[in-house]
Design a protein around this ligand. Sequence first.
Ligand SMILES: N=c1c2ncn([C@@H]3O[C@H](COP(=O)(O)OP(=O)(O)OP(=O)(O)O)[C@@H](O)[C@H]3O)c2ncn1[C@@H]1O[C@H](COP(=O)(O)O)[C@@H](O)[C@H]1O
Length: 111
Amino acid sequence: MAETAARVSLEDLAAIVAQRAQATTETSYTRSLLAKGVAKCAQKLGEEAVETALAAVSGDTKAVVSEAADLLYHLAVLLQARGVPLDDVYAELGRRTGQSGLEEKASRPAS
Ligand SMILES: N=c1c2ncn([C@@H]3O[C@H](COP(=O)(O)OP(=O)(O)OP(=O)(O)O)[C@@H](O)[C@H]3O)c2ncn1[C@@H]1O[C@H](COP(=O)(O)O)[C@@H](O)[C@H]1O
């Protein structure tokens, strides 16, 4: 019988990325990506976002799951590269709870 892989949460992923940031570029994709700097990490995140969006409209549900996993991993790497704790993102999401997205949009300064 096939073994079921453990589930990995965003917190787990952030912890894995923080730990792999200490590895060598020879042994870790995470470390080698971080070594290329924030702009490269941001580019990878953008690519994965586009690939997730394309998968969503393609009708291939397995591809959506796979690309979304890539996207979350690259988000964790970008947050690590910028030194932004995942907890700060959670706090921001919490701050928005109870307010409709339409209210939030209306409260933004005019650009
Ligand atoms: N979740 C992931 C994960 N998702 C995607 N990827 C990598 O992200 C890359 C996706 O980018 P592409 O498809 O564009 O691949 P590519 O063309 O080779 O990428 P580039 O050369 O452009 O950087 C692939 O190399 C994937 O293997 C990941 N790499 C690592 N993790 C996690 O991080 C852990 C540590 O990995 P290492 O840092 O490599 O030890 C792993 O055990 C996983 O838990």
